[in-house]
Ligand binder design. Structure first.
Ligand code: HEM
Length: 430
């Protein structure tokens, strides 16, 4: 099952633009913050250590943060679902009910990628997730137009392998630009509301719709909205006791920036975890709905069709039948924040941005071909048919792989991709 679509059912079940919070009982509950975890934040949140080159990290900032703090295995591998269920409330204050759907979908993707069950037969009801990188399987749980990651086929012309997994500061700045926020030293305190997040979401769709290889871009609004609910829950503006400032959650942009770019908790900017009584599934769905229905004043150009839709098709399957060949996931050392998180106030602004250039489609893809492919996605299917069967799928999700084999596999996939592109070119210009 395509788990991104499981969220649709949840979203559809909630009323439009549900305001949150709605009553004073909620506010009383909000005061309860520590939820049985150590009051001392340093004990509760563990110690930050950047990932090493053999550690596994993925496209989810939440998982990467938990691993960097040792609240799940630091190497990001062999993750038991029951350990995840304990670590997420501990680190972020999120209630267990809010992660059930995502965890289930994670298991589905794990099995899809590995080709065998990820369930742990020795421990009924739990399962083992091989590693965090497999979360980056393109168009499975992973999706296009993320707030802080490139799309998988954004840089296809550099060999078909695009880093759709690790934090990318250029992409994230595209998100922040939509609300006029620029990281500074010291970080400037600012907030964003439902409407502004709808604008960020649309801006990201517009940018990637233009940057991706024609025919590749897929819109995935429900999952993006669910993740937006996570962002609100993790970083809504709060005082030092964790009580929400105001009555409607507003994202602290300085906290959001710190969390994503450092993959660490923004405690040195006054952040504390939310209460699990607050940050539950109801919270996330109400935020998702409110962001989706927030009216916006102007739309970015080049939006894909359906970008302003408020209803979505029903659940589907994982893309086994996807006509686009699947290529390997990006593999390199995991992303490491350019500064030690604790030192952000003094050092960060002095550092050059390591990812300053924003990729665009090369001139070698003629606009004629690009528009043909966009107009006729079936061209890709026809080209794949002409090119013949793709080489065996990479298995980069293994925890170790022989380098020579890997290089050969990459070379085979790249030459296959060139062949497909040549077929597209000849079909489009025929
Ligand atoms: C426990 C089950 C979870 C799973 C399996 C999961 C998995 C994922 C995956 C696959 C992505 C990548 C989507 C993309 O292509 O951008 C993602 C993104 C994201 N996740 Fe998680 N996640 C989980 C829970 C959470 C929680 C609890 C939080 C917050 C506390 C969170 C915050 C986010 C955010 C904010 C993004 C969007 C990143 C971006 O757009 O750049 N996730 N997650």
């Amino acid at each position: 099952m395509r788990f991104t679509d499981a969220l649709l059912a949840l979203l559809a079940s909630i009323p439009n633009a549900l305001a949150y919070p709605s009553d004073s009982a909620w506010l009383n509950e909000h005061v309860k913050r520590y939820d049985g975890f150590p009051d001392n934040l340093a004990d509760r949140l563990g110690t930050y250590q950047p990932p090493g080159p053999n550690d596994s990290r993925g496209p989810c900032p939440m998982f990467n943060t938990l691993a960097n703090h040792g609240l799940i295995n630091r190497n990001g591998k062999n993750l038991n679902s029951s350990d995840i269920k304990k670590a997420v409330p501990r680190g972020f204050g999120i209630a267990e009910d809010a992660i059930e759907t995502a965890l289930h979908n994670f298991e589905v993707v794990c099995e899809y990628v590995n080709g065998f069950s990820c369930s742990d037969s020795a421990n009924d009801g739990t399962f083992i997730l091989t590693n965090l990188t497999l979360l980056g399987e393109p168009h499975a749980f992973e999706h296009d137009h993320s707030y802080s990651r490139q799309d998988y086929r954004q840089n296809w012309f550099y060999g078909g392998i695009t880093d759709n997994i690790y934090f990318n500061s250029t992409i994230f700045q595209d998100s922040l630009n939509a609300v006029g926020y620029k990281p500074s030293n010291p970080p400037k305190k600012a907030t964003a509301n439902y409407q502004q997040f709808n604008e960020i979401r649309l801006q990201r769709e517009s940018t990637q719709n233009q940057a991706d290889f024609p025919g590749w871009f897929q819109q995935n609004i429900p999952t993006t909205l669910f993740e937006t609910g996570f962002i609100f829950g993790a970083t809504f503006d709060r005082d030092s006791n964790g009580t929400m400032v105001g009555s409607i959650p507003m994202v602290r942009l300085d906290w959001w920036n710190y969390w994503f770019s450092e993959e660490s908790f923004p405690t040195n900017l006054g952040w504390v975890p939310a209460s699990t009584e607050v940050f539950n599934q109801n919270f996330i769905l109400s935020v998702s709905s409110a962001v989706l229905h927030a009216s916006i004043t102007s739309l970015p150009k080049s939006l894909p069709a359906g970008a302003t839709a408020t209803t979505f098709p029903g659940p589907g399957n994982l893309p086994e039948g996807d006509p686009s060949p699947t290529f390997p996931l990006f593999q390199s050392a995991p992303y490491v924040a350019p500064t030690s998180p604790g030192a952000i106030n003094t050092k960060r602004a002095a550092l050059a941005d390591p990812q300053a250039s924003f990729p665009t489609l090369p001139a070698s893809v003629s606009s004629v071909i690009a528009s043909e492919v966009t107009a006729k996605p079936s061209l890709i299917a026809a080209a794949v048919q002409l090119a013949g069967p793709a080489p065996p799928k990479f298995n980069l999700y293994q925890q170790s792989i022989d380098t020579v084999t890997l290089k050969n596999q990459i070379a085979a996939a790249q030459s296959y991709e060139k062949l497909v592109i040549a077929k597209i070119t000849s079909l489009a210009s025929a």
